[in-house]
Design a protein around this ligand. Sequence first.
Ligand code: ACO
Length: 396
Amino acid sequence: CVDISKLTKETGLFTYDSGYTATASCKSAITYIDGDKGVLLYRGYPIEQLADKSSFVEVAYLLINGERPSAEQLKAFEAELSAEAGVDESINTLIGSFAKDAHPMAILAASIAQLSAKYHASLDLDDAEQRRQAAVRLIAKVPTLSALIYRHGKGLPANTPDTSLDYVSRFLKQTFESADGKYDLNKDVVKALDLLFILHADHEQNASTSTVRLVGSTGANPYASVAAGVTALWGPAHGGANEAVLKMLEEIGSADNVESAVLKAKDKTSGFRLMGFGHRVYKNFDPRAKVIGEMTKQVLGQLGVQDPLLDVAIKLEQAALQDDYFVARKLYPNVDFYSGIIYKALNIPTEMFTVMFALGRTAGWVSHWLEQQVDPEMKIGRPRQVYTGHDVRDYK
Ligand code: ACO
């Protein structure tokens, strides 16, 4: 690893790296990926172990603080998240002002940016405790915003989070509760969603996290930085892939059409890619996809859901993994390949899938923002360019 900034100062050397395929933009102690081996660690812990034994709230604490909480610390953290879950009327007004068919990611970005109106003026970025509180506030409020956004799209009245419940149950109840405040919590649904949030919680310098850091590097507040992360996540090459996968599976329609879909994905002129396949860093199985693949069959079984799209997905995965094109390019299913099928089984509408991703990823975004604030080497992010335009010319 060469420190280019030093070399540039000493020799004038300048690099071109479209898409940052070989450039580290920061040093970070949060998440480690070995793309060749398919390894993912949060603060040193393998994702498989966290998925098996931890909870999303514990993982969020781990990402922010660097160490797992004691039982007491976890309880205090849960209480803090619960106390911070509410939002004020200005958020309901904002969400209510959007068209019912506005994309939920647009409303999420706007409502997170709106939080800065209330909380930014009083935020002292030099105060570590205030920074931590802002991070916790974001983790606490994003599920509330997401539930309100869902309800707005469905024409349901705004409601308040039930602070007696745990983090995931609180989100589910607020989202789906009926007019008389009823919602039957299903422990399998709570567990499945908790697990999905763990798998989505962080993934080092992906496009949205890098965006949060780039915006954060200007001194912008954490709400503005995370709102920018949401918009970066929205794209189909990133978190929007979960929505795109489901649409693709619906279009393929039946296992009989899988072969022609694979052929089309290999044809560069078709403009079609297998959504949920391929990754910039993983040149092996995405370990999150392995966990989700197994979990999908289990969750659908527990909920008694028979979704023909699962057969299409399994067939598609098998066909691609045996195809020379995908093998040669080391294209494997990524985290988004199966997540949509689970979200669908949990009654979450397709356009809300990327919001679910953002909900989990908020823990990672704020951890990176916090880490960046105390990084002695942090500079404003300012990529250079290779100019390809006109030479100087006179205006006549
Ligand atoms: N289907 C078909 N071909 C693909 C796919 C795919 N899903 N992904 C990559 N390729 C091909 C490319 O055409 C290219 O072929 P070539 O070498 O013959 O030109 C080669 O594989 C390398 O692809 P790049 O686009 O250069 O890889 P990059 O690292 O830039 O892109 C990305 C990674 C964006 C994830 C890409 O694989 C993709 O578009 N996948 C589909 C969208 C998706 O699932 N995104 C979610 C990623 S995970 C996440 O963000 C949560």
